[in-house]
Structures are given as structure tokens and as C-alpha cells.
Design a protein around this ligand. Structure first.
Ligand SMILES: NC(=O)c1ccc[n+]([C@@H]2O[C@H](COP(=O)([O-])OP(=O)(O)OC[C@H]3O[C@@H](n4cnc5c(N)ncnc54)[C@H](OP(=O)(O)O)[C@@H]3O)[C@@H](O)[C@H]2O)c1
Length: 389
């Protein structure tokens, strides 16, 4: 019997608890005889309806328990989760986490602690929700040269843009709806400004590159400046998606999270609701597309339980590290859609028209840094054009 601990008993924690309870017999039949021995929460009053012997608000109870050698961290608390994960790994206890913030901030340190102490750390749910992108990237990057990863890794941003384009919803109305549905946080900045996706891209790119790529090395532009005018102008033929892009050429990389424009019948353009979708390109496998729910109690809990199964099965592929990687963002070129009231240099413009009091500009293929440098009006919106016909 494997005794495990859960840290956090909220949306994801209760989902994991319920799956392990409901599927106990099936899991046991397949060789996974599991018992949740302790659950860490902050407020014991909130869990009065459950078996009180399971719960503690003292992390040391779990750390000191020699019978527990695996803990699943689902607290979402940035500072304390760092302490919990480090202490668990140092105590040679395996860890699974769904917490992207702590992982992005301390990724290399956790990998080192894991190696030094022979304890594993798994984190699928932190990156793509139920989409098994970490698993694939870890396995594929062992023997493939992955030159591009590309996709939508934040359900809230997709939900907002999907509803703005398909249902002509207003940005603030649809954001409110996303909050009601539990997709977006009360403070939605991390989702709409692209920071959440940047954390996930930083983790994936560091695995692919075999070296450290920090959040700061990924350029980011959110979707919060998009308005109905953009939807009206673009909607007949195009869809806008907040998109993560990681490109590699030997040891050089480009990392971007920004809105991108797709023809409306393309696969990424049609991604609906709060789904996630990732495309990975490499030399042997050519192209892999993964798609699924990016958030929500059971989709996320399902990813956690898959990690648990992988971990207990010994499917442990070491993530390589230590490569020196060179940031090439400053040389990244593309054509952009730009809606602005400000002037823009004529020699960078491929075409321009007036629409509802704005300049709608299609730029030539230009350096992204030149685009950013030349945007004068802070309410401007831009999106990279992902087709060039
Ligand atoms: N929800 C999703 O769809 C989703 C998807 C992917 C990843 N994630 C990630 O999964 C993690 C958990 O998310 P969630 O939505 O389940 O959060 P949540 O519903 O707010 O639940 C958090 C749980 O952790 C407990 N907790 C918070 N701080 C703690 C601390 N310092 N010590 C002990 N317990 C603590 C809370 O206990 P109290 O109630 O007693 O405070 C609560 O039981 C986050 O990192 C989130 O980013 C969530």
C-alpha cells in the first residue's frame, strides 16, 4: 500500500481525492494500491464535513511521517508551496504539483533538488491542464530536435477571444462570465496579460532547450487591448488567439506570448471554449497536436492522477539542463496587424486603411522590436499575422 499526502483541498485537491476514492478498486487491480493518509489545509473548519482524522494544518505532520513518501501539492500558495516542495524533495519524498507559479520561479532549483535527493518531481497539470504536453516534450526531446512549440496554454484567454469573435461578446462582459464560471481568477491579470502562458512556455522551452529560459526572456503582449472594433474589422475572415511560441535553431531561441491572427478555418482558430491546444514540431515525429481542457476540477485532477500513475510506474525521463541558450528575440521578424490612433513609420507599412476613427495597418515583415518601439498610442492593439498570402 502506497501512502500519500495531499497539500491543498480546493478545486483540484478535492478532484484528486474524489478520483482516488471512486477509482480505488480499479487502481488497485492495476497495481496502484493507494491510500490518502493526510491532507494539508489552512482552515480546518472548512473541511468539517470530511473525516477529521485525514486533515492537518501543520505541514510538519506530513514531512515527519515516514510512511508518506509522496505528496501532491495543490495549494496555489506561492511562498509556502516553495517551502513545502523544497522540504519534501530534501526529505527524499516524491512530489507532484499543479502549481505553475512556484514551478516557473524555482524550476531549475527543484530539478536539482530532485536529482541530488533521488526524489521525483512531476508537474503535468501545471502546464497544459489535462493536455499531456510535458510528458510528450520530455520524451520527444530525448531523441528529437524540437524546433518549434506553438499553442494556446491558457483556457481563460481562449474563452474570452472565442466568445468575442463567435458570439460578438464584449471584452468586459465575457471576462465577467469567465470569472463566474470559475475559469478566470478574481484578479484576471495573469490570464489576460499573458503571464500565465509565459510561465508555462518558460517551463516547456527549458525542457526542450535543456537549459534555463526564464520568464523575463519571453516577450509578452496581452489580449486586454482588443476591442469590438478589432472583432468587427477582422471577424469575417480571421480569428485572434493569445499564442505562445517557442522556436529553436541550435542553441538560439525565440520566446513570445502575444496575440496572433489566423484564417478562421485553421485548427487553432477554431479552438473553442476554455480549451488548450499545442502543436510541437520535431525532426522524427514532424508534427504533434495535443488538445483538451486546460482547467477545471476533473480535467486538472485527471492530469495529476496520470502523473501519479507515471511516477509510480517508474516512467521517469531525466530533463537535461545546463545548455547555454542564446535569446534571439531581438532578431524576430513577422508581419503584424496593428490598430492604432498614433503615427507609424511609412517604410514599415505594407497597407493601411481608416476604420471607425482608427488606422488599421498591416506591417511589412518587420523586426518585432521595431513594432514595439514605434507604437505611440497606448490603447493600440496588435496581433502577429500567422499567414502570409
Ligand atoms: N483550478 C484549476 O482549474 C487549475 C488548473 C490548473 C492548475 N491549477 C493550479 O492548482 C493549484 C490549486 O488550484 P485550486 O484551483 O485547486 O485552488 P483552490 O481551490 O484555491 O484551493 C487551494 C487549497 O489549498 C489550501 N491552501 C492554500 N494555501 C495553503 C497553505 N499555505 N497551506 C496549506 N493549505 C493551503 C486551501 O485551503 P483553505 O481553503 O483552508 O485556505 C485550499 O484547500 C494552483 O496552483 C492552481 O494554479 C488549477
Amino acid at each position: 500500500m502506497k501512502k500519500i499526502a495531499l497539500l491543498g483541498f480546493g478545486t483540484v485537491g478535492q478532484g484528486v481525492f474524489n478520483i482516488l476514492k471512486e477509482k480505488k478498486a480499479e487502481l488497485k487491480k492495476r497495481g496502484f494500491d493507494l491510500e490518502v493518509k493526510k491532507i494539508l489545509v489552512r482552515n480546518l473548519n472548512k473541511v468539517k464535513d470530511f473525516d477529521p482524522s485525514l486533515f492537518t494544518n501543520d505541514f510538519e505532520d506530513i514531512l515527519r511521517d515516514d510512511e508518506i513518501d509522496l505528496a501532491i501539492e495543490m495549494t496555489g500558495d506561492l511562498e509556502n508551496s516553495y517551502i513545502y516542495i523544497s522540504k519534501l524533495l530534501k526529505a527524499k519524498k516524491d512530489v507532484i504539483t499543479s502549481n505553475k507559479s512556484v514551478l516557473s520561479l524555482h524550476f531549475e532549483e527543484f530539478l536539482n533538488l530532485s536529482k541530488e535527493n533521488g526524489a521525483k518531481i512531476y508537474f503535468e497539470a501545471a502546464v497544459g491542464g489535462t493536455v499531456p504536453v510535458v510528458r510528450e516534450v520530455k520524451a520527444l526531446s530525448i531523441f528529437n530536435k524540437i524546433d518549434k512549440i506553438y499553442g494556446i496554454l491558457n483556457g481563460t484567454s481562449n474563452y474570452i477571444l472565442y466568445n468575442m469573435f463567435e458570439n460578438k461578446a464584449d471584452y468586459s462582459e465575457v471576462l465577467e462570465k469567465a470569472q463566474e464560471l470559475g475559469y478566470a481568477e478574481r484578479d484576471p491579470s495573469d490570464d489576460v496579460l499573458g503571464y500565465d502562458m509565459r510561465r508555462k512556455l518558460r517551463i516547456l522551452m527549458s525542457i526542450i532547450g535543456g537549459g534555463k529560459i526564464t520568464e523575463d526572456e519571453i516577450e509578452v503582449f496581452g489580449l486586454d487591448k482588443i476591442t469590438k472594433i478589432d472583432v468587427e474589422y477582422l471577424g469575417e475572415n480571421y480569428r485572434v488567439k493569445e499564442l505562445a511560441l517557442g522556436k529553436f535553431n541550435k542553441n538560439k531561441f525565440v520566446g513570445l506570448v502575444e496575440p496572433a491572427l489566423f484564417k478562421k478555418d485553421e485548427d487553432l482558430a477554431r479552438l473553442d471554449d476554455a480549451n488548450n491546444m499545442v502543436e510541437i514540431y520535431g525532426d522524427y515525429f514532424e508534427k504533434l497536436t495535443l488538445k483538451g481542457k486546460g482547467a477545471g476540477r476533473y480535467p486538472t485532477a485527471s492530469a495529476v492522477v496520470c502523473d501519479l500513475i507515471d511516477l509510480l510506474s517508474g516512467n521517469d525521463w531525466e530533463i537535461s539542463s545546463g545548455n547555454d541558450l542564446i535569446n534571439e528575440n531581438k532578431n524576430f521578424k513577422a508581419s503584424y496587424y496593428l490598430r492604432t490612433k498614433g503615427d507609424f513609420p511609412k517604410d514599415l507599412i505594407a497597407s493601411q486603411e481608416e476604420f471607425k476613427g482608427y488606422k488599421i495597418i498591416r506591417t511589412k515583415e518587420i523586426l518585432r522590436s521595431d513594432l514595439i518601439k514605434n507604437i505611440k498610442d497606448e490603447d493600440s492593439f496588435f496581433a502577429r499575422i500567422e499567414e502570409n498570402d
